[in-house]
Design a protein around this ligand. Sequence first.
Ligand code: MIG
Length: 730
Amino acid sequence: MFTYQIEDNVVIIDFKTFKGYIRVITPSIINIADKSEIPSFAVENKDFPNCTFDVIKEKDSLLIRTNSLIVKVSDNFKVDFYNLKNEEICIDYLSENKKHLIEVTKKLKDDECIYGLGDKISFLNKRGYDYINWNTDDPSPHLETYKSLYKSIPFIICFNKKLIYGIFFDNHYKTFFDLGKTHPDYYSFGADEGHLNYYFIYGNNFTEVVKGYTFLTGRAPLPQLWTLGAHQSRWSYFTEEEVRDIANNYRKHQIPLDCIHIDIDYMDKYKVFTISNERFPTFKKMVDDLNNQGIKAVTIIDPGVKVEEGYGVYEEGIKEGYFATYGGETYVNAVWPGDSVFPSFISEKVRNWWKSKTKFLTDLGIRGIWDDMNEPASFKGPLPDDVVFPGDDRDYLHKEIHNVYGHLMAKATYDGLKEYDKKRPFVITRACYSGTQKYSIVWTGDNTSIWTHLQFQIPQLCTLGISGFPYCGTDIGGFGGDTNKELLIRWVEASCFVPFFRNHTANGTRRQEPWQFDDETLNIYRKYVVLRYSFIPYLYDLAYEIEKSGAPILRPLAFHYQDDVKTHNLNDQYLVGESILVAPIVNQGQRARMVYLPQGEWIDYWSKKVHKGDQYIIKDAPLDTLPIFIKNNSIIVQDPPYDYLDPKLRKELIIDIYGDKAKYYHYLDDGESFDYKDGKYQVYLFEVRNSVLTIERLRNNNIHYDRFIIRYKDQEFIIEDINTKTEIKL
Ligand code: MIG
């Protein structure tokens, strides 16, 4: 039998041979650990407010009771969770045959689903599969059989139609999740190094669990408005002329565009923070000209620094001891520049140095940085586990920081852009850990131009969203291999609402800019980019919401309809916020599909036909049609058409009313600076009731539109945005 003591919000339990620590973070978030202070890369802010709880000693167990949970602790550190009605939420199973040094096994209910784990290629429900978190760059086509991808996000959400909770296993060594594969009634997670350190996150619904997880690991900050626009990329646009040509073609074909990404070949011999003068003789002028066309430029940066005498970045790093070492020598592996060395981002000194380097790019007008290869990837075999990364306090081994290498690089990049670009930093990273969302958005790495990858985009992006990464996207059209007309069209349609919208493809593949096929492709491509731009205010409102609740932009249907089991395994539809349901075509040759409409009423965006929910319908979807449904009794805000997203041009807003009773908050700010943190933003309340629309500014300041265009049934009204509560008879 054990003894215990309470210190602030921690119950320390002495099991004689070891101690267990149960920290009550909030009434519904409990931390279970084998040590009192465990450093974390994900949970940066540990100043949790005090929270009251009772501890009751029973015969064989200890009950910790909060306002929403009962935690029951028994011998051998068995920890069970009950709600206040004494229903089992999550029950430990003390397994005799553990596979890992640290391992926790929990019971699964019959109808329980498991979502989560970030970018892994799979359907939404991962029950029955096992995974490994070890950031991996594997260039062959990613399939369901993959155990690891680029990202490590050791967070799962377990739910059935009544109960829901999350588990965040904050261990950044290699971690293992067996989600009912070995035994159908149990799941387990573990590691062979680091600590037992997990958080149990309870909630009444998905929203609360994701809110709890992002309360711990942080929320993706509000992005600049333009980053939600369309991006075009290719590995690579090799010359200045090629980049200009892309911009001109977009403008010529009247397809909105906000950003061009410049891949590795802009550098001189792949040396980071250099420019090839041969291929980009007037790089800055090119970037300025793009800016004048309303197009931002983003450059890729890899962590590997070329070994070359006389190359400043290399020489400085060597002189200061900033690179990883092995056997006392600087560790060398090969990446794009050939022999390369790896900055030790675990050191703040190194991060500050890297941060200072980003000025080279911002001085050239670059507005965002794309961090690639930061698993870290290497061409001459993986880095040995015991490569040393010098830190400020001690040395760290590769196996310890592998999964946070991308996280730390992204953080340094974020700090650089914040200081030199001065706007809300736009960083894109391939590798990351839980919590990286505070610094960077993500894309899913090297997918392939195959229908399977278009199909997986939906569960993959929905999963990233509920795992803390709302700003995510895949390479539209597919990266590896040649795309084709139909695949590209369906990919653009399926991505119409995807937060990070970028067409990108690999070196040597068929070109896939919108005009590379025929007029039909061009027209449909344009139709969906234009449509996306019209929904930008709605997406930006969701972005504002993310800072407050962590609720993602793309949501699996179970997010809002957990009590409806028909949503639990729905992998080919998603919600955008609460009011838009999208059901893309993700199969070749398909021209109609079944759509599940959950409870309520849903209005076909194209035909305006009203459908009852709680049923499956068949929707025709010729090549140019993306099935979109709007939840009845919603207000959808939209923009008039723009070629690019300049917040200064935004003078009018479209208020599109569906149904007769709706309430909607709309957010407006300068779209780029941090001024909103000082209160420089507006929130409007739009409300429809009894055939009257009320418009009200909730904040007393001078931030506003010039006019509103109101659409209701077949009517359209234009009214001025005035600073008093206005009532409009519909
Ligand atoms: O080894 O920079 O995922 O988006 O185009 C390939 C070239 C390196 C991998 C990235 C991809 C990028 C490519 N990079």
